[in-house]
Design a protein around this ligand. Structure first.
Ligand SMILES: Nc1ncnc2c1ncn2[C@@H]1O[C@H](COP(=O)(O)OP(=O)(O)O)[C@@H](O)[C@H]1O
Ligand SMILES: [Mg+2]
Length: 200
């Protein structure tokens, strides 16, 4: 559940929103339509918390995780394709990295043992052992070949980057998924895959 409560926003004299109230309830897929420049992208950014409204609040259900299709195509340039996908679930990525770091230590102390047990439990709870297969399903579906998975994002062309960023948004079964023009740069086959994936 995500709701906008009395949202207002103006850029200078241009009023984009005034007292917008809307509630999006679980189990539904909503579309936002409007002319170019109407404020669709801005509204999604307000919902995602990337843009602050002049007034009003956004509320999200307790413990619900929001995933957003990132528009910044360069933000992950220094990361591998695989890690970029996992970063879609920030906490899972954090635990995965902490867990790998602890196992790579030469002097594994008793304290490390306790810490690793905690990380292991949290990792399992977030389906951490499935990350590889889940990322593979998404990347396959979106047409990213296996040999690109360990490449850095900066080595990919624009079209492939968009597909990886879409995989990132879809990764880890988010409770709320915000997609701004997700079918841009996708071919018909991939659009059909995406529709099918979203309706599952
Ligand atoms: N950071 C900003 N500063 C000033 N004006 C902006 C900013 N971001 C968007 N706008 C303006 O707000 C309006 C809505 O933009 P946008 O949300 O991108 O529209 P849409 O996605 O519906 O095409 C446009 O007139 C745009 O020029
Ligand atoms: Mg837009």
């Amino acid at each position: 559940m995500i709701s906008a409560n009395n949202i207002s926003l103006a850029y200078g004299k241009r009023v984009i929103f005034k007292d917008v109230n809307i509630k999006f309830v679980p189990g539904n897929c909503y579309g936002l339509i409007g002319a170019n420049g109407a404020g669709k992208s801005t509204f999604l950014k307000i919902l995602a918390g990337d843009v602050e409204a002049d007034a009003g609040t956004v509320s999200v259900g307790p413990r619900e995780r929001i995933a957003v299709l990132k528009q910044d195509h360069y933000a992950f340039d220094e990361h591998t394709v695989f890690n970029t996908v996992i970063m879609g679930h920030a906490r899972l990525y954090e635990v995965m990295i902490a867990r790998e770091a602890i196992y790579a230590k030469a002097d594994f102390s008793e304290e490390d043992g306790v810490r690793s047990a905690e990380l292991e439990a949290e990792f399992a709870e977030m389906n951490g052992y499935e990350v590889e297969s889940e990322a593979a399903v998404l990347l396959n579906g979106l047409g990213i070949p296996e040999e690109l998975r360990q490449k850095q994002m900066k080595e990919l062309d624009g079209g492939d980057k968009v597909r990886v960023l879409l995989a990132q948004a879809l990764f880890g079964n988010p409770d709320i998924l915000l997609l701004d023009e997700p079918t841009n740069h996708l071919d018909l086959k991939t659009i059909a895959w995406l529709e099918d994936f979203l309706f599952r």
